[in-house]
Ligand binder design. Structure first.
Ligand code: BGC
Length: 499
């Protein structure tokens, strides 16, 4: 790719952000040239971001109107990239939900089990939890292994805490499953495709709630799966339980996605429901631009996609989510090393290990405030057995900032598109607390939101802000279970599996 210098404004802007520590004059001419190329590749300026956000809005509407291509791969012209999944979570909570619930959250490498007591909005809700580590090879193992592990862990949790149902009843369970699952009912969901590097055989195309139900039955556990919940929906409902300004739940973590409340009248593909009935929609927007129309993909993004278990899927997620940022950065370093531009005559074997670099590594490099970047040097030595020169340390820091900044800026495209579609001009985007507490991510995200919406520079505060989501997979899953059981008690069977 030819070196394409950025125009002065863009270059000044990107330099301003890191001005407190970057002294680019210390780079050799060849590294400076490479840096300019990377800046060109990774910069998503305001104009491009607006374009991406508009296309995002188009895909949101397309996904609501017709069944997505992911669900019907043979129908090329149908519903576009975004699944826009109805979740059967009908409206926001009242804040007065009550009862005791078991909740589980199947995360990347951990299973989190909680026992949550809701107090009808009177005082603190209680929650007791335990984390079970999922053996690494289960991520690419079999369905039976996975569900048996879940059932066994739940049995262990219940035994330790003496959780038993009252005579003639069962324990209600809210199951957070953070992968695209199509739900015809709230307690059911057919996995469309694994994401985030999972590749467990025998689950795609099946009802995951049913598979878990069978494993629970085998162990004789008195548990009833009341609701299957996406993590973004859990985050939104948990936050709305105490914050009425919540407008959506968003995860900018290992994967990326958001959910918001839609009127059933706008979900054309559903039909037959009252127009004004609110329903949470799980956008599954990591799949945005799977047909490759608009995102400025670099050769590094293309390599990551090609080498992933599901090439062609989760295009947006692979450019913006935490799971991939370290890997994008690694691809950049591998490329420069292979062209003799970085780490000359050093052994790259560790650097050649896929996914060895995590997002936190980038953050640590960016945080290194020492004049000669000694922590960066130590980080490279420890993890990669490489000893970067002073100029290389400056270079890698700037490269890390470029990758992370692009990710954070892209994360505003889906959120801004949802706001525009719903005509929302103010409110709280409940985001997972890990990312909320990352000041650099938050600042980059807020800056990009301001650019997309052309917010007045003289404003006192941003009208749409990121807030730290309340505990989605504990509190949120319990509240959703309570809302569902209240519906059952009222005799309202909307979204419930027929007996
Ligand atoms: C999954 C979504 C999930 C997101 C954040 C994506 O890979 O498909 O269901 O909400 O990650 O965890």
């Amino acid at each position: 790719m030819p070196a394409m210098p950025l125009d002065d404004d863009k270059r000044r802007d990107s330099k301003r952000e890191d001005a407190h520590y970057d002294d680019l004059t210390a780079l050799s001419p060849e590294l400076d040239r490479e840096l300019r190329k990377l800046e060109h590749m990774f910069t998503v300026d305001a104009a491009k971001l607006k374009e991406v956000s508009l296309q995002f809005e188009h895909e949101l509407r397309q996904g609501l109107s017709r069944v997505s291509r992911c669900l019907l791969p043979s129908l090329e012209s149908e519903g576009g990239n975004l699944p826009m999944l109805p979740t059967w979570v009908l409206g926001f909570p009242s804040g007065h939900e009550c009862g005791e619930y078991l909740t589980i959250d199947l995360g990347g490498t951990k299973l989190r089990i909680c026992w949550v007591t809701l107090n009808e909005g009177k005082g603190e809700n209680q929650s007791d939890q335990e984390i079970y580590h999922i053996p690494k090879d289960y991520k690419v193992g079999t369905a039976d292994q996975l569900w048996s592990f879940l059932a066994e862990s739940m049995e262990d949790f219940m035994t330790k805490r003496h959780i038993e149902p009252e005579e003639g009843t069962v324990i209600p369970l809210g199951f957070t499953f953070s992968y695209p699952a199509t739900q015809e009912y709230i307690d059911q969901g057919v996995l469309q495709t694994w994401t985030k590097g999972f590749d467990i055989k025998g689950v795609e195309g099946h009802d995951v709630a049913d598979q878990l139900r069978q494993a629970l039955h085998k162990r004789g556990l008195p548990i009833q799966i009341v609701a299957l919940i996406n993590d973004t929906v859990g985050a939104m409902i948990a936050s709305a339980y105490s914050d009425p300004k919540t407008i959506m739940g968003a995860i900018f973590g290992t994967g990326c996605n958001a959910s918001y409340m839609e009127n059933c009248g706008s979900i054309a593909k559903l039909g037959g429901l009252p127009e004004n009935l609110p329903m949470a929609i799980n956008c599954e927007y990591g799949a945005f631009d799977n047909d490759r129309r608009i995102l400025p993909r670099t050769p590094y993004d293309k390599t990551i996609d090609k080498e992933s278990p599901r090439p062609g899927e989760q295009t947006f997620e692979k450019m913006s989510a935490g799971m991939y940022l370290g890997e994008i950065f690694r691809q950049v370093l591998v490329d420069l090393h292979s062209r003799g531009l970085l780490f000359k005559n050093q052994d790259p074997s560790k650097l050649l290990t896929p996914f060895i670099i995590k997002t936190g590594f980038l953050a640590n490099i960016e945080d290194d405030a020492s004049p000669s970047l000694t922590s960066t040097h130590a980080a490279f030595t420890t993890l990669l057995a490489l000893s970067p020169t002073a100029a290389e340390r400056l270079f890698v820091r700037r490269a890390a900032a470029l990758v992370a900044t692009r990710g954070a800026r892209l994360c505003t495209a889906g959120v801004s598109a949802i706001c525009r579609k719903k005509d929302i001009s103010a409110g709280h985007v409940a985001a997972d607390p890990l990312v909320y507490n990352n000041a650099r991510f938050k600042a980059r995200w807020a800056q990009a939101m301001a650019e997309v919406f052309d917010w007045d520079e003289a404003r006192d505060e941003d009208p749409i802000v990121m807030t730290a989501a309340a505990d989605g997979s504990g509190l949120g899953a319990a509240v959703i279970s309570a809302m569902t059981l209240e519906r059952v008690a009222r005799g309202d069977a909307t979204g419930l599996r027929p007996e």
